[in-house]
Design a protein around this ligand. Sequence first.
Ligand SMILES: C[S@@+](CC[C@H](N)C(=O)[O-])C[C@H]1O[C@@H](n2cnc3c(N)ncnc32)[C@H](O)[C@@H]1O
Length: 198
Amino acid sequence: MDVARTVFGDRYELASQYVDILASRGVDWGLIGPREVDRLWTRHVLNSVALAGLVDDGSSVLDVGSGAGLPGIPLAILRPDLRITLLEPLLRRYNFLAEVVAELGLTDAVTVLRGRAEDQHDQWQVVTARAVAALPKLLGWCLPLVATGGELLALKGESAEQELVEGQGLLRSRGLVGEVVTASVDPEVAPTWVVRIR
Ligand SMILES: C[S@@+](CC[C@H](N)C(=O)[O-])C[C@H]1O[C@@H](n2cnc3c(N)ncnc32)[C@H](O)[C@@H]1O
């Protein structure tokens, strides 16, 4: 895929290896729907890295509810400067993540953790979440995990503005500011909505 080659540059082969794993083992393990196979690049991998431009160099990143590794693994492939923790409560998904991270040779940059967001006690500079929960619930789980001066980046669909309105009360009570950013990793890739809380 041309645009993916442009986006990932010398990391394209690694990204391609991840897409191949999603299309085979990801489907076999029930983590990826068979109908998603044709749109793994556009709808999942390139969509995931849309938030890359919002993450400062060298940040520690927690990807909450990583599932099959989205957005954490594409982000780790594109941005080797980041230190990324993939958090996933379900054993089967945790096992998949641990296996794939090792296979892709990403263990220096990526840690896989089994657990729920609300049970974590550490903090990260950036917390990401894609398709995990509606924003008000996500804020309750994730805001305590964001280090001072850090940010929460929630990849959302078209409902982003409405979800942000629903989360405003909680944000205001904590003195936080939220905005919806339309982000894309390349002009050829359709933009996605990121709720950014700082
Ligand atoms: C719909 S999947 C999305 C997976 C992935 N982020 C993606 O975009 O494909 C939601 C994931 O959130 C995880 N999850 C659900 N509740 C969670 C919680 N309280 N803390 C962390 N992860 C949670 C689920 O196990 C599941 O893997």
